[in-house]
Write a protein that binds this ligand. Structure first.
Ligand code: WT7
Length: 633
């Protein structure tokens, strides 16, 4: 949607709130449908039940590929930059991507995949990952992508929860100086997953792998088979708008990660609309989102958003600091990137290397910048603005969540007047409110509260896989009638929104969501641990770090070794991304007489702010606080 001025925005926003169905119908009409909807929207937030474009039929892969063939067939859909800069990059035109997706869709069918099946994808950042997603979508199979940093146990949990019958993986993946042994992790996971009948393995690192007869097949062999069968095209499955498109697991304040469910019609409309609107994408521009497809940002802004809009999406296999901290800038220079969408944690990390890695890098093609994942601090914002954008590129600080499908509150590039650190205003069609502890709406400006959304948007989650009650409890029960985000927020005197961070027990570490309860469970699985409490603390690069207070009276060997053992346990149970940054051994945790851990006190100690710990008189053993304070790391 082209919005040329801030006044334009205000007017369109107003219309979108007054007549939401008309607004979204207009947006939906810009996509390709096999059959249009009978009804734009049906909803209640009590069950909850939300249905967008009911009765419509479509396939998202047709919108991302087929409909672009005529005009953009020879234009690049995906530019892939490998981990190792000396390896050749790859370009896939829309025509080539279409062919490869059709081919792999046929591979999936040959291997028994059917509409409605759940398929787990555990792959490195190579074009075949995007091809795998689109091929699943093409045949109506539901993909569940698991980020490469998760452990075998985490993969097994996710596969079991969704009862996946196929896994798509690779022998290994390259990330910086490291090789990640993906297939061997999958082999460990599958010991616990009888539902999986087939594993399709792409060759990437040529690491030796176990290939189990009757279960494991090579991607390349399977593709050859469909070639010789002459199966070059693959008719896309006709999907209902509300059929499931994918599941993506995310952490909350309690229990195991939940499978957020997105559906074909609404998600497609929302990913495409937000991509187009936020970045004001112009034909021919090269868009580089630095996220991994293992997260929602990669789903929406490497694959579905850009491709549904006929954009060129640059996909990068590696990490920002390898072979050196100039890698992003080399990529921008080499591929003449126009729009760069990255995360505050990456910006802070690159900032710490100073100006040297920027020398000689031509960044003049950049016209727009974006940030996602956590609040961006002012220092990082200004560095991004001045050093990368040379003061001429608007920064879209996009606030949203896995559950939202796409951007919710964000500046529109070149339209919204910016304030550093502010996600600014809701996109047209999005209706945020702030509520107090009792759930009453806080009106007016210069206020803060808990951030809720009071009206549905097409990209919202429909359920949590296999457990609708959990979805209701988590998002719709705290403030009845509203979707609760879990974030605190302020709205300043000018009506600008600023997200202040999670108000629940969820941490945001380098833009990754980590549930404290999940980390505690993992730590408690270590044989010498009695109990533990995990809180976040401010971390210069990661935004938040993980601080664990651990009761472990019978350690063997020294404390340092015990810490490493606990780290290993967490890496085994959840994955390396959840490893605590600090582990403090304590003789007991501060608990109330009813046995509740007073996290408030632990948070203060972890933050290094022990001057005022508040009321500790209700503690069972106030003495333990002094000990913890004295031993703080
Ligand atoms: C949480 C969602 C969806 C993007 C990747 C993270 C925090 C995200 C911002 C931002 C302040 C942000 C929130 C949110 N968050 N973007 N621009 N400003 N906070 O997705 O793992 O689902 O995490 O990330 O706390 O609730 P996620």
């Amino acid at each position: 949607m082209k919005i040329t001025s801030f006044d334009d925005y205000k007017q369109i926003y107003k219309q979108s709130v007054e007549q939401p169905e008309q607004f979204w119908e207009g947006v939906a009409n810009t996509f390709q449908w096999r059959k249009k909807w009978d009804k734009v929207l049906e909803w209640n937030f009590t069950e909850p039940r939300v249905r967008w474009f009911d009765g419509a039929k479509l396939n998202i892969s047709e919108n991302c590929l087929d409909r672009n063939l005529e005009k953009l067939g020879d234009k690049p859909a995906i530019i892939w930059e490998p981990n190792d800069p000396t390896e050749d990059h790859r370009v896939l035109t829309y025509k080539q991507l279409h062919d490869k997706v059709c081919q792999f869709a046929n591979v999936l069918k040959n291997n028994g995949a059917k509409k409605g099946d759940r398929i787990c994808i555990y792959m490195p950042m190579v074009p075949e990952l995007a091809i795998a997603l689109l091929a699943c979508a093409r045949i109506g199979a539901i993909h569940s992508v698991v980020f490469g940093g998760f452990s075998a146990q985490s993969i097994a949990d996710r596969i079991q929860d969704a009862e996946c019958n196929i896994v798509i993986t690779a022998d290994g993946g390259f990330r910086g100086a490291k090789d990640i042994p993906l297939k061997s992790v999958i082999d460990d996971a599958l010991v616990q997953c009888p539902s999986v009948k087939r594993v399709i393995v792409l060759t990437r690192t040529r690491t030796p792998v176990a290939m189990i007869k009757g279960r494991d097949v090579w991607w390349e062999d399977e593709v050859k088979k469909v070639e010789t069968q002459g199966n070059v095209t693959c008719e896309a499955e006709e999907m209902e708008a509300e059929d499931m498109l994918f599941i993506l697991y995310t952490s909350g304040s309690t229990g195991k990660p939940k499978g957020v469910v997105h559906t074909c019609g609404g998600y497609m409309v929302y990913a495409g609309y937000t991509f187009d609107t936020t970045f004001q994408y112009q034909p021919g521009e090269i868009f580089f989102c630095t996220a991994d497809i293992g997260w929602i940002t990669g789903h929406s802004y490497i694959v579905y958003g850009p491709l549904s809009q006929g954009a060129t999406s640059l996909m990068f296999e590696g990490v920002p600091t390898w072979p050196d901290a100039g890698r992003f800038w080399d990529i921008v220079d080499k591929h003449k990137v126009n729009i760069l969408y990255t995360a505050p944690t990456a910006i802070r990390s690159l900032m710490s290397f100073g100006d040297e890695p920027l020398k000689g890098k031509n960044l003049s093609t950049l016209t727009k910048l974006g940030s996602v994942g956590e609040p961006i601090n002012e220092e990082a914002w200004h560095w991004f603005d001045e050093k990368i954008g040379h003061g001429k590129c608007p920064i879209a600080d996009t606030w949203w969540q896995t559950e939202n499908g796409g951007h919710m509150i964000t500046p529109i590039a070149g339209v919204t007047p910016l304030k550093p650190g502010y996600a600014s205003f809701p996109l047209p069609g999005v209706q945020p409110i702030l509520v107090d502890e009792k759930g009453n709406e806080i009106e007016g400006n210069g206020v803060s509260g808990n951030l809720c959304i009071k009206f549905p948007w097409p990209g919202m989650l429909r359920t949590t896989y296999g457990d609708h009650e959990r979805c209701r409890q988590t998002y719709f029960a705290t403030y009845p009638g509203n979707y609760f985000t879990g974030d605190g927020c302020l709205r300043d005197e000018d009506g600008y929104y600023r997200i202040t961070g999670r108000v629940d027990d969820v941490l945001n570490v380098s833009g990754h969501r980590i549930g404290t309860a999940e980390v505690e469970n993992a730590i408690n699985m270590h044989s010498s641990v009695v109990e533990s409490a995990v809180v976040g603390y401010p971390h210069d690069i990661k935004g938040q770090g993980v601080y664990a207070f651990v009761v472990s009276p019978n350690q063997h060997g020294d404390a340092e070794l015990a810490r490493k053992d606990i780290m290993m346990t967490v890496a085994r149970i959840i994955g390396a991304i959840a490893k605590p940054d600090k582990i403090q051994f304590v003789s007991g945790l501060p608990k109330t007489r009813s046995g509740k851990i007073m996290r408030r006190i632990l948070r203060k100690i972890a933050e290094g702010d022990t001057s005022n710990l508040g009321d500790t008189s209700t503690l069972l053993d106030p003495g333990v606080v002094e000990e913890i304070k004295a031993g703080a790391l």
